[in-house]
Design a protein around this ligand. Structure first.
Ligand code: HEM
Ligand code: SF4
Length: 427
């Protein structure tokens, strides 16, 4: 069954896999490094058993999201489809070379086939519903009242398009296996794709092409998110698990109740006799704990906090969502300088902690004034930093004049909560 078409598309798939895996590895490594620049918060690791239990209940059971009924149910299918049908991506790498390929051991197993059919269909219906809701709640319809006001909608569309395309490809591949007589699984194990097969041709080559499209779309998604670390709507599907595991209360209850003691460097501040180096509050992004940074990273920009916020709902330019988005964007724009400063030998540390790193005492860093070491260490990042800084309005006044009300609100909220100099745009 392997002809020239299979050889060409199979080779491209393997090469693309290698490139995207390298980029993804580097992105994850960078993200972990960035989050580790946060202040310590040592209380969140144990007890492992109870934290794992909460993780399993809240993620698999979607106990929080199902409070939003239909959206929670739709998201559950997309969620289960992403991890549960990961093996269909592995199988696609075989199918692109040989359309008759099945996963070893489980490929022809009826229960696996039934699972793939049901969850594949659920993924398509789930994402269609989420697409519908994003349009129904769109700012163009609801204006400032929309929970998506200020959200980066383009990223949401991209993520939705990828999920939909991959879901459709999964069903099409299964249906083409039936129509091309390439499966021995019983008919009851593929009820939906079996019905779809009735309108599809007997064409193993078409199966190869669909498998190729599935691979290319999945890997393109991987490459895009590897280049955009502040794309919470995509990254949350990995980071949300850590977010739940490391939640404040180890028994799984919500983080409400009395205020936590103010800490500096992970230790509570003694207000009677504060340490000389104690930092009060958060004046710059490095003052946040690593958990705070993980929280920023995981924000999906769903706008639920914004829609509950009394300030936002009474017309004030303050939105919790936009504060979180700005902090996240600023973190990923500034992180290269923070990471470089962390790694640089002590004698080269020449600035106060509130200023960007410099190569000489008393001088602010500019591209020209930074020494060769700094330039080398941060150069790899500069394009991304610029992108992160330019893609969204920040405290640097990058909001465009014609931006809608919530964009300028976003800029205002950032300014009002931060006092740093943006490392990305250097303004
Ligand atoms: C425990 C893990 C997860 C949690 C807590 C979580 C939470 C959320 C939340 C709160 C939203 C916003 C929903 C809304 O706008 O109404 C969202 C959106 C989304 N999630 Fe997750 N998620 C998780 C894992 C995943 C996984 C594994 C996937 C895999 C595909 C995924 C895919 C999506 C997509 C595609 C959207 C965007 C939906 C839209 O366009 O409106 N999530 N998620
Ligand atoms: S911070 Fe707000 S916008 Fe972000 S995920 Fe949480 S509720 Fe949604």
């Amino acid at each position: 069954m392997t002809g020239p078409l299979q050889i060409v598309l199979g080779t491209i798939s393997v090469l693309f896999l290698i490139v995207s895996s390298v980029l993804a590895y580097r992105a994850v490594r960078a993200m972990v490094r960035i989050i580790r620049t946060g202040q310590p918060d040592g209380t969140r690791f144990g007890p492992v058993k109870s934290r794992l239990k909460t993780l399993a209940i809240e993620s698999l059971g979607h106990t929080r999201m199902l409070k939003w009924s239909a959206i929670g149910a739709a998201h559950w299918f997309v969620f289960v489809g992403f991890y549960g049908l990961f093996l269909t991506l592995v199988e696609a790498f075989g199918e692109v070379w040989n359309p008759a390929f099945h996963l070893p051991l489980i490929g022809e197993w009826s229960l696996w086939n039934l699972f793939a059919d049901i969850i594949g269909t659920g993924t398509i219906l789930g994402i269609l519903y989420l697409i519908y809701r994003r349009q129904k709640d769109h700012p163009r319809r609801q204006g400032r009242k929309s929970r998506f006001a200020g959200t980066n909608e383009g990223r949401g569309y991209f993520v939705e398009a990828v999920v939909l395309t991959v879901g459709v490809a999964i069903l099409l591949i299964r249906a083409l296996k039936v129509s091309s007589d390439l499966t021995d699984a019983p008919a009851w194990s593929h009820p939906i794709s079996g019905a779809l097969a009735a309108i599809l041709p007997d064409s193993p080559d078409l199966l190869t092409v669909v498998a190729f499209v599935k691979i290319v779309v999945s890997l393109t998604w991987l490459v895009v998110i590897s280049r955009i670390l502040n794309m919470g709507v995509a990254w949350h599907r990995f980071s949300a698990f850590f977010n739940i595991y490391f939640k404040r209360e180890d028994d799984g209850t919500v983080a409400l109740g009395p205020l936590q003691p103010m800490t500096s460097g992970g230790k509570p501040i003694d207000f009677e006799d504060p340490g000389e180096d104690d930092v009060f509050g958060r004046g710059k992004i490095e003052d946040f704990t690593w958990k705070g940074m993980l929280d920023f990273t995981t924000c999906t920009e769903c706008g639920r906090c914004q829609s509950q916020c009394p300030a936002w709902n009474t017309g004030k330019p303050l939105s919790p969502k936009m504060v979180i988005m700005d902090l996240r964007d600023h973190l990923y724009a500034k992180a290269p300088t923070c990471s470089a400063r962390r790694r640089r030998p002590r004698r080269r540390r020449t600035t106060t902690s509130s200023s960007p790193p410099t190569s000489r005492p008393g001088r602010r860093a500019t591209p020209a004034s930074r020494g060769p070491t700094t330039r080398r260490r941060t150069g790899r990042w500069s394009a991304r930093s610029r992108r992160a800084g330019s893609s969204t309005p920040t405290s640097c006044g990058a909001a465009r004049a014609a931006a809608p009300a919530w964009s300028s609100a976003r800029s205002t909220s950032s300014t009002s909560t931060t006092s740093w100099t943006c490392a990305a745009t250097r303004c």
